[in-house]
Design a protein around this ligand. Structure first.
Ligand code: KG4
Ligand code: ZN
Length: 373
């Protein structure tokens, strides 16, 4: 096992939804990672129950911390900084992780770094390959569809976002209409690979000059098409094997996916032109697993002379490795948060309220006094 370099060992804590996860990053590399998923518990209720989620985080976080240190063969005093997802997410869940992180920061006299969970998703690819900046970040998940300009790990500027449905929601809705169980994006993707994009849907919300998205019109157009053309087809539900689906449905999935990929390409190309100094394209979120979308964005980045990074599937879902890594990157810039750092629930903007170590800012104040403000 790799030994930690104690001076830069960053602990990451993730409790924003239904995964309790902790990880250690040292020298920009993942040293150890533990995760307890609550998905089986919430599946009984058909969705995440916030009150249960926070109780489960509270139940597991202490023992996961012990397990992580044992796996990495380090002791608490080796930890140089603690990073935590501070939002967006479920407030009660986030508070468990943030309170644990603040207690460690105070008890061990180490800096606390609040991490924007969405930024951490986009930065995660850096654990697997080198990233050059400025980069464009495309976050496509069940809850978000955002484009960012990323000038450095600490400098994100939102360029565009969805005005209605997140892209993952659109995939799940179409899958649901076709008899696939939730979340159905992966099955729509598999079906699309077997079909031809023979049905033409207009690219939604591209006749403008902005970088925002709107997928609700496309979702309705596809739903109407399904009702008119697919309702008489014989399909065994729930769909588990897409090879058994009629050709018309495979073609519809291919057409929908193609329309989405082209729409993303139009907006990303616009972003490349607008920003004109982009060196990299970062793709993240559950929908980034989509084969057609990955292929289209890869080609677009190459056309623009930019590199591309998409985290491997294990790093795409919620995990603390990305939080520890984002925290480690922010610590390279000397950034930290005071102990009164706020926790930010979904729907509220996350403030850019880092403070900087005196050695980086030229301030003469001691590290201990920074931490206690
Ligand atoms: O980021 P994520 O894992 O979690 C949340 O946003 O909560 O994203 C989940 C979303 C779901 O809507 C799921 O259907 C979609 O990602 N998804 C896909 C694929 N794999 C997962 N959508 C399209 N193609 C895929 N291969
Ligand atoms: Zn997430």
């Amino acid at each position: 096992m790799r030994r930690a370099t104690p001076h830069d060992l960053c602990l990451g804590i993730e409790t924003s939804c239904d995964e309790t996860s902790l990880a250690l990053v040292s020298d920009g590399k993942l040293l150890a990672h533990v995760l307890a998923s609550q998905s089986d518990l919430h599946a009984l209720f058909g969705g995440v129950v916030p009150e249960l989620a926070s109780r489960e985080h509270y139940r597991y976080i202490g023992r996961l911390f012990d397990e992580l240190l044992e796996r990495a063969s380090v002791s608490p005093k080796d930890i140089a900084a603690v990073a935590v997802s501070r939002g967006p997410g479920l407030l009660g869940s986030l508070l468990v992780g943030v309170a644990f992180a603040k207690a460690l920061a105070l008890g061990l006299s180490i800096p606390l770094v609040g991490v924007n969970h969405l930024h951490a998703h986009l930065l995660a690819a850096g654990l697997e390959q080198e990233i050059s900046y400025p980069a464009l970040g495309l976050l496509i998940s069940g809850g978000h569809t955002n484009i960012y300009r990323i000038s450095s790990p600490s400098s994100f500027r939102a360029l565009g976002r969805t005005l209605d449905d997140a892209l993952g929601e659109a995939f799940d809705k179409i899958g649901n209409l076709l008899g696939m169980s939730y979340p159905s994006g992966r099955l729509v993707d598999e079906a699309a690979r077997l079909g031809n994009a023979s049905v033409s849907f207009p690219l939604p919300y591209v006749r403008n000059t902005n970088l925002d998205f709107s997928f609700s019109g496309l979702k309705t157009a596809v739903a109407t098409y399904i009702e008119k053309n697919c309702s008489g087809l014989s399909v065994q539900k729930p769909v588990t094997d897409v090879r058994l689906l009629p050709g018309e449905i495979l073609d519809l999935c291919a057409s929908f996916t193609h329309t989405v990929a082209e729409t993303l390409a139009v907006k990303l190309q616009r972003a490349f032109r607008q920003e004109n100094d982009i060196r990299f394209c970062l793709l993240a979120g559950g929908v980034a697993a989509n084969t057609t979308i990955r292929g289209r964005i890869r080609a677009l980045a190459a056309e623009n002379g930019a590199g591309i990074a998409m985290p491997s599937p294990a790093l795409c879902t919620d995990n603390a490795a990305m939080v520890a890594y984002a925290g480690w990157l922010l610590r390279q810039e000397g950034l930290f948060h005071p102990l009164d750092m706020e926790t930010i629930p979904r729907g509220r903007a996350i403030p850019d309220d880092y403070e900087r170590d005196p050695i980086f800012s030229g301030d003469t104040m001691s590290k201990a006094s920074c931490l206690c403000r």
